[in-house]
Design a protein around this ligand. Structure first.
Ligand code: MSP
Length: 648
C-alpha cells in the first residue's frame, strides 16, 4: 500500500474536557488533514486520549468514580466535542485500549532485550499534574518549574538509557532542519540536549491503574513513555500495515510537551526500536485567557462548542456556521512562536471584520451585481489579469504557508483574496460599466465570481460549512480538488446562481459584549452650550426605545443617480437594499454629482411611507447631516457592510 500522509496530535489527558486551547492542536491538525485531502494525498489523521497515569487515577478517585468508567465518560466527551467541531479524524486511539497496551508492552520488551533498560532505585520529585520527574536542582521554590506541587518518590524502577542517544539526536536535529518547527523551538531543544540528557525512569509503582510492565506486575509503564507509543500503535505497529502510515509526516503539538518528551524521549525510543523518526514536529504556542494558561482552577475556561452556541444566538447564524466562526478564529489567531490571548471582544470583532464584512461583502456584492447586471447564470468570459494574478498569488501563498504549518498565514491569504476582490469591485465599478454598456462588464463579473470560487476552496479546510454555502450560492458543486483551485475551469459556466444570502450575519458588538467600564471623561456641565454647535435645534420630545426601533434603518448602495430635471436640489437615486432596489428622491444635488454617488454606500430609512416629489415616487430617505450652511453630508458606514444590514 502506498504511504499515506500521516498526521497526529498529542493524546489528551482525560482529567478535563476539551477547551479552546486543547481544541487548537486538534483543529490545526484537522485543517492539515482537509488540505492534504484536497490535494489528493489520502491523509490519515490520528488523535485520541491519554488515560493511564496517576493524574487520571487520582482524578477518578476524587470524582468518586471507578477509573475505567471515569475515562470512558471523558474520552466520549472528547469525541463528542471533536464531532461538534467537525474534526475529521480517521482513528481515535485510547491508551486503555488493547492494541495500544500490547504495542506499549512490546516496545518495552524490545528495548529491554536490546539492553536499553536497567533497574535502579528512583529517588526524586514527581509532578503528578504534568506526570514529570524532576531533580532537586530543577525545582523552583519547592515546586515544579510550572508551579505545580511535587511529591517525593523513592522506589525500585526501570530506567531508559536516554543519555546514550544524545549525540545521535543532536545530529538528527542539525541535519534535518524541518524536524523541529519553528526554528526558535529547535534551538531550545538543542540547548537542552547540550546540557546533557539524563536517563529516564520509565516505570512507576503499580497503583492498580496503568499498563503493567511485562513480567513485573508490581510496576506499570511510566505514562509518558507509553503514551508516546500511541503514534505507532495507531498506525498498526507492530502487526498491521503500519508502514503505509509511519513515519508521521507531521506531529502537531503544543510547546509545553516538545523538549522533554516529543523532541528527545520519543525520537530516542524510535531510534532504540530502529524505526524512522517523524518528519516534522510542528509546535505551536499557547492560547492564554486573561494573560493566564487556561485552567479550571483559574476559572478561565472557554469551551469551543459553548462559544459556538453563543455565537449562533448572538449573530442569528446556524450552529454549523458558528462552529466555522470558532474554527476561523483559531486558524487566524493560531499562536505560533508566541502566545496569543483570547478575548470575547477580539473574537466578535474578528467575526464582524473578517467574516461578516470582508467575506460577506465580497459574496453579497459579487452575487447581487452579477444578478443585476448579467442575470442569474454564470457567464463565460475572460478573467481579467489583475484578478487572475491575485488568485494565483493567494493560492501560492496558501500552499507555502501550509507547507510551513502556518495555518494562520494560510487563513490570511484566503482573507487577502476577498479583500482584494472588494477593492477590485470598487475600482472596476461594474455599475458604471453596466450603465455605459461597456463590453468589459462580462469579464469583470466572471472575474469576481472566480475570485469567490477560489476563496471558497481556500477557506474550505478551515470553514467547511461556509465553503459549502458559498459554492451553493454560486450554483456550483463544492470545489474539493486542489489542482482545479484558481483555474477558470473550476467555475461551471451556465450554472444558475442563487440570490445572495448573508452567511455570517453581522454581530451587534454592544449587545454581544459586557458593558465597558465607565470612561474617565468628565461630564459636560449642564446647561452650558457647546461652543461648536452654531445653533441648537429645538429639543424634540423624548421617544422610547420601541419607537426608535420602529424606524427601519438599513445600509444601501447607490447604483444609479441622476439629477431630477427642473430641480436644482433633487437627485433621483436607485439604491440596493439587500436583494431589492428602491427609488429615492433625495435633496442632495447641490452637494453631490452622480459620479460621487454611484457605487457608494449610504444609510436609508427603509420603512418611510412612499412620497411624491416633483411627480416622482420616493420610497425611502437617505440619511445626511446638515453642514453649517445647511447642505447635506451623507452618512456612510465606517466599513463596507452588506446591503440590507440593519442600522441601530
Ligand atoms: N497527555 C499529554 C500528551 C501526551 S502525547 C503522547 C498532554 N495532554 S494535554 O491534554 O495536557 O495537552 C494536549 C495538547 O493540548 C498539548 O499540545 C498542549 O500544548 C495543548 N494545549 C493545552 N492547553 C493549551 C492552550 N491553552 N493553548 C494551546 N494549546 C494548549 O500534554
Amino acid at each position: 500500500m502506498p504511504k499515506r500522509y500521516y498526521i497526529v496530535t498529542p493524546i489528551y489527558y482525560v482529567n478535563a474536557t476539551p477547551h479552546i486551547g486543547t481544541g487548537l492542536t486538534t483543529f490545526v491538525a484537522d485543517v492539515t488533514k482537509r488540505y492534504h485531502k484536497m490535494r489528493g494525498e489520502d491523509p490519515f489523521f490520528l488523535t485520541g486520549t491519554d488515560e493511564n497515569g496517576l493524574k487520571i487515577y487520582e482524578a477518578a478517585q476524587s470524582a468518586g468514580k471507578d477509573p475505567q468508567q471515569f475515562v470512558d465518560e471523558i474520552s466520549q466527551i472528547f469525541r463528542d466535542v471533536w464531532q461538534g467541531m467537525k474534526i475529521e479524524y480517521d482513528r481515535f486511539i485510547r491508551t486503555t485500549g488493547e492494541d495500544h497496551t500490547k504495542a506499549a508492552q512490546r516496545v518495552f520488551e524490545i528495548l529491554r532485550e536490546k539492553g536499553y533498560l536497567y533497574e535502579d532505585t528512583y529517588k526524586g520529585w514527581y509532578d503528578v499534574s504534568s506526570e514529570t520527574f524532576y531533580k532537586e536542582s530543577e525545582l523552583v521554590d519547592g515546586k515544579s518549574p510550572d508551579g505545580n506541587e511535587v511529591r517525593w518518590v523513592e522506589e525500585r524502577n526501570l530506567f531508559f538509557k536516554l543519555e546514550e542517544f544524545g549525540p545521535r539526536l543532536k545530529k538528527h536535529i542539525e541535519d534535518n532542519p524541518e524536524f523541529i518547527q519553528p526554528v526558535s523551538r529547535r534551538n531550545e531543544v538543542l540547548s537542552f540536549i547540550d546540557q546533557g540528557l539524563r536517563n529516564v525512569c520509565v516505570t512507576r509503582k503499580n497503583p492498580g491503574w496503568g499498563i503493567p510492565v511485562p513480567g513485573d506486575e508490581e510496576l506499570v509503564i511510566y505514562v509518558w513513555f507509553e503514551a508516546l507509543i500511541n503514534y505507532i500503535a495507531g498506525a498498526g505497529w507492530p502487526d498491521g500495515d503500519w508502514q503505509s502510515l509511519w513515519p508521521a509526516d507531521v506531529q502537531w503539538l503544543g510547546k509545553d510537551i516538545l523538549t522533554r518528551f516529543h523532541a528527545t524521549l520519543w525520537p530516542a525510543i524510535l531510534m532504540g526500536l530502529d524505526l524512522p523518526l517523524p518528519k516534522t514536529l510542528a509546535t505551536h504556542a499557547w492560547i492564554l485567557i486573561g494573560g493566564e494558561k487556561i485552567s479550571k482552577s483559574k476559572q478561565n475556561v472557554v469551551l469551543p462548542l459553548v462559544l459556538a452556541e453563543e455565537t449562533a444566538q448572538i449573530s442569528g447564524c446556524s450552529t454549523d456556521i458558528a462552529v466555522d466562526a470558532v474554527r476561523h478564529y483559531l486558524a487566524a489567531n493560531m499562536p505560533y512562536e508566541t502566545d496569543s490571548t483570547f478575548s470575547y471582544e477580539d473574537y466578535y470583532q474578528r467575526f464582524n471584520s473578517d467574516l461578516a464584512n470582508d467575506l460577506g461583502n465580497a459574496l453579497n456584492r459579487s452575487l447581487s451585481m452579477a444578478h443585476k447586471f448579467i442575470g442569474d447564470t454564470v457567464p463565460t468570459a475572460e478573467i481579467e489579469p489583475p484578478i487572475q494574478q491575485a488568485i494565483d498569488k493567494a493560492k501560492a501563498d496558501y500552499e507555502e504557508a501550509m507547507e510551513q504549518f502556518r495555518v494562520d498565514r494560510a487563513t490570511e491569504s484566503a482573507l487577502g483574496l476577498v479583500r482584494f476582490l472588494n477593492k477590485y469591485i470598487d475600482d472596476r465599478a461594474p455599475w458604471k460599466l453596466a450603465k455605459s454598456g461597456d463590453p468589459a462588464l462580462g469579464g469583470v463579473i466572471a472575474s469576481m465570481l472566480l475570485a469567490l470560487r477560489t476563496s471558497e476552496a481556500l477557506f474550505r479546510p478551515i470553514m467547511p460549512s461556509a465553503a459549502d454555502a458559498i459554492a451553493e450560492q454560486l450554483g456550483q458543486s463544492p470545489l474539493t480538488n486542489w489542482s482545479e483551485v484558481g483555474s477558470p475551469d473550476s467555475m461551471k459556466a451556465g450554472a444558475k446562481m442563487q440570490t445572495p444570502q448573508p452567511i455570517f450575519p453581522r454581530i451587534d458588538l454592544a449587545a454581544a459584549l459586557p458593558p465597558q467600564p465607565e470612561s474617565n471623561e468628565q461630564p459636560k456641565p449642564e446647561g452650558k452650550k457647546q461652543e461648536t454647535a452654531k445653533s441648537e435645534p429645538e429639543a424634540k420630545p423624548k421617544i422610547d426605545f420601541e419607537q426608535f426601533m420602529n424606524v427601519e434603518l438599513k445600509v444601501a448602495r447607490i447604483i444609479e443617480a441622476e439629477p431630477v430635471p427642473k430641480s436644482s436640489k433633487l437627485m433621483k437615486l436607485k439604491v440596493q437594499i439587500g436583494p431589492e432596489d428602491r427609488q429615492i428622491i433625495a435633496g442632495i444635488a447641490k452637494a453631490y454629482s452622480p459620479e460621487d454617488l454611484i457605487g457608494r454606500q449610504v444609510v436609508v430609512v427603509a420603512n418611510l411611507k412612499t412620497a411624491k416629489l416633483m411627480g416622482l415616487e420616493s420610497q425611502g430617505m437617505v440619511l445626511a447631516a446638515d453642514d453649517e450652511d445647511g447642505s447635506p453630508i451623507l452618512l456612510q458606514p465606517d466599513k463596507e457592510a452588506p446591503e440590507g444590514t440593519s442600522v441601530h
